[in-house]
Design a binder for this molecule. Sequence first.
Ligand SMILES: [Zn+2]
Length: 86
Amino acid sequence: MPRLIILLALAGLAWWLWRHVSQKLTAGDTSRPSSSRSQQSSQKLVACEHCQVHIPEGDAYTDHDCGKTVYFCSPEHQTSWQQQRD
Ligand SMILES: [Zn+2]
């Protein structure tokens, strides 16, 4: 008889633990932040100095010309602009 009580107690403990863990996992899923995408779409667009293609400021390659910042769509366009300037 005492063996059955221990078995029931263990089963109860296992059930309680399972409930506790699964509740925590569900709460973690719903509170996960999802704002990284909306931040990227609100970025300012800049024109490539070489081909005038517009790119997000964060993705652009930058250089400086007489104190002002110039933007490029690719490192290749940055290099050719630098060569034209020299
Ligand atoms: Zn370009």
